[in-house]
Design a protein around this ligand. Structure first.
Ligand SMILES: [Zn+2]
Length: 184
């Protein structure tokens, strides 16, 4: 997580939706993301069962948006990314992070996105039942390493119907997000 959090508010402990113990801590923080604005970070953490949820929301109302960015060099790892729980993150031919009940929102950078995807693929590798799936995962991990080092180019697409996500770079291409069934 970034260090520049401005304010932090912790509430008294509440009942956890998972284990029902009164050990759930809700936190709300505010951070400023350059060229995007003020962002509220929410999180819930249970000290008993380790349940954790987090999400982000722009302080100003945003339009549904799609961001595309080509990762092409090592310095791109530092590019800031705001990803809400409603966003779909797509690295074509590598992996994607989809919205859903377990989806989380966070402020990170491209390296942080790649680390999460790497973790997903490592889990897939470790639970793979046949050699082919294991080999496929290994190749993807190699590809991610090359992307991290700027040796291989990779497109990153983030679509968010809530508008609470962004890729902060002048090389990021922003367009209006269209709901799929509205397309011709
Ligand atoms: Zn719990």
């Amino acid at each position: 997580m970034p260090e520049e959090e401005l304010k932090e508010q912790e509430s008294e402990q509440q009942a956890c939706p998972l284990c029902r113990e009164k050990t759930l801590i809700l936190t709300e923080r505010e951070t400023e993301v350059p060229y995007f604005g003020k962002v509220l970070l929410f999180s819930m953490t249970c000290n008993s069962c380790k349940y954790h949820m987090a999400d982000v929301e722009a302080a100003d109302q945003k339009e549904p948006a799609k961001y595309e960015f080509e990762i092409s060099r090592e310095e791109d790892m530092e590019v800031r990314v705001v990803k809400s729980a409603q966003a779909t993150v797509n690295l074509p031919h590598v992996a994607s992070i989809t919205p859903g009940p377990a989806a989380q929102g966070y402020v990170t950078n491209i390296e942080g996105i790649l680390n999460r995807v790497k973790y997903q693929i490592e889990t897939a590798r470790d639970t793979a039942e046949d050699d082919e799936d294991r080999k496929k995962a290994k190749n993807l991990l190699k590809k991610i390493l090359n992307i991290t080092w700027g040796k291989e180019k990779q497109k990153l697409i983030i679509e968010d119907p809530s508008g609470n996500s962004a890729i902060i770079s002048d090389r990021a291409v922003k367009s209006a997000f269209k709901v799929k069934n509205a397309e011709k």
